[in-house]
Design a protein around this ligand. Structure first.
Ligand SMILES: Cc1ncc(COP(=O)(O)O)c(C=O)c1O
Length: 380
């Protein structure tokens, strides 16, 4: 059977990983500044993580959600402790799109409205409602198209109010920091303005922290950089499992559960929770959130000095920068010549860095010299 082609692939067969390093079958080493798309939060094959998952699968890897799973409560308790969000309720799923889909469903359910607002540059996943709120028409099939979903310019509160005033809107969905959109950090006043508007028009504010959450920006959630912001719903995935598929929806205490409304076969299984718990323990013990802020700030100031870079954006270790040329050949040279993985973004000039939060300054500095070398040999 042939595989269905979904991504243009780098022809490298990775067989081993440790920390921020990857190895292919020829034993060639690579530096991972992409983290498998912001997924590898605590580093590849972290010993505590490996130990917790191994122990769990030996004991009990999976049983259905019809039986109590105490590990889910342990995960929720640790998550509340590290995020300082004690009043939310947690629903566990398997991916970011699924978390967003359930957030939209809950906002619609409690408001009894069906419209939603999202923003230019957004990416919320490829499932039905999430993709309809993603700013990429190429990903949307006719069955996903919705007349009452609006993608408005990021930062334009007037446009948001105009729609809220005239249409029945259940919720506003926004990324803590836009990832695929090229690391666009929303203004604090914009986020606070959305919260105010959502409250006055009876809509729910949903923060998609799938990429920007889990300590990457130096706060547990990117929106926590904004004082006074208290979303109704928060979605999480990616860094949550360090590679084990797990996602979640945080619901404010206003949401009341009713049996059967939300549900999942795999979400919150024993193995996923063991992985999720191990990630939080490492984040806490190794103070990775603090490191992310320190190293990210230092990296961004280095990047700002490099000729050929026209803009640097980000927070902590969620970094995007624009070149004065197409980024694709530069990223390819970084792989072929310097064995360094980076990420792309919607705009062709942008490079995204989403390294494991355990990355060292030496590793980031080696990237800075490699980038200088590649840009020198490939001037605009
Ligand atoms: C902000 C954001 N939301 C949602 C998703 C979808 O997550 P998943 O691929 O786990 O469904 C992504 C994936 O890139 C994302 O970056």
């Amino acid at each position: 059977m042939k595989l269905f082609d979904v991504y243009p692939l780098i022809p490298i067969n990775l067989v081993k990983a440790n920390g921020c390093r990857l190895w292919d079958e020829q034993g060639q080493e690579y530096l991972d500044l992409y983290g498998g798309h912001a997924v590898i939060s605590i580093g590849h094959s972290h010993p505590h993580y490996v130990q917790c998952i191994t122990k769990q699968v030996e004991q009990l890897g999976f049983y259905s959600n019809s039986i109590q799973i105490p590990l889910q409560q342990a995960l929720a308790t640790k998550l509340a402790e590290l995020s300082c969000l004690h009043e939310y309720q947690l629903f566990l799923v398997n991916s970011g799109a699924e978390a967003n889909e359930n957030a939209l469903k809950m906002a619609s359910f409690v408001t009894n409205k069906s419209g939603f607002i999202a923003f230019s540059g957004s990416f919320h996943g490829r499932t039905s409602a999430a993709v309809a709120l993603t700013d990429n028409a190429k990903l949307v099939a006719p069955c996903n198209e919705r007349d009452d979903f609006y993608i408005l310019p990021l930062g334009d509160l007037d446009a948001v109010e105009k729609v809220l005033r005239t249409q029945p809107i259940a919720g506003i969905l926004i990324e803590g920091i836009q990832g695929v959109g090229g690391i666009q950090v929303p203004e604090s006043n914009f986020l606070l303005g959305l919260q105010k508007l959502a409250k006055s028009y009876g809509a729910k504010l949903i923060l998609d922290e799938v990429q920007s959450g889990y300590g990457r920006t130096g706060r547990f959630f990117a929106h926590q950089w904004v004082d006074g912001l208290e979303p109704d719903l928060i979605t999480i995935a990616k860094g949550m499992g360090n590679g084990f598929p797990i996602g979640g929806l945080l619901l404010s205490s206003d949401f009341k559960a009713s049996y059967g409304l939300l549900g999942t076969t795999f979400g919150g299984n024993h193995l996923a929770c063991a992985a999720g718990l191990a990630v939080l323990e490492v984040l806490e013990k190794e103070q990775l959130q603090i490191r992310a802020l320190e190293l990210g700030t230092k990296l961004m100031s280095e990047l700002r000095t490099i000729p050929g870079i026209t803009a640097v954006r980000g927070q902590g270790l969620m970094v995007g920068f624009d070149l004065n040329q197409d980024a694709a050949p530069i990223r390819s040279l970084l792989v072929s010549k310097h064995k360094i993985f980076t990420g792309s973004a919607a705009k062709k000039e942008t490079i995204r860095l989403l390294p494991p939060l355990t990355v060292t300054w030496e590793e980031l500095a080696s990237f800075v010299s490699a980038l200088k070398d590649v840009l020198n040999s490939h001037p605009h």
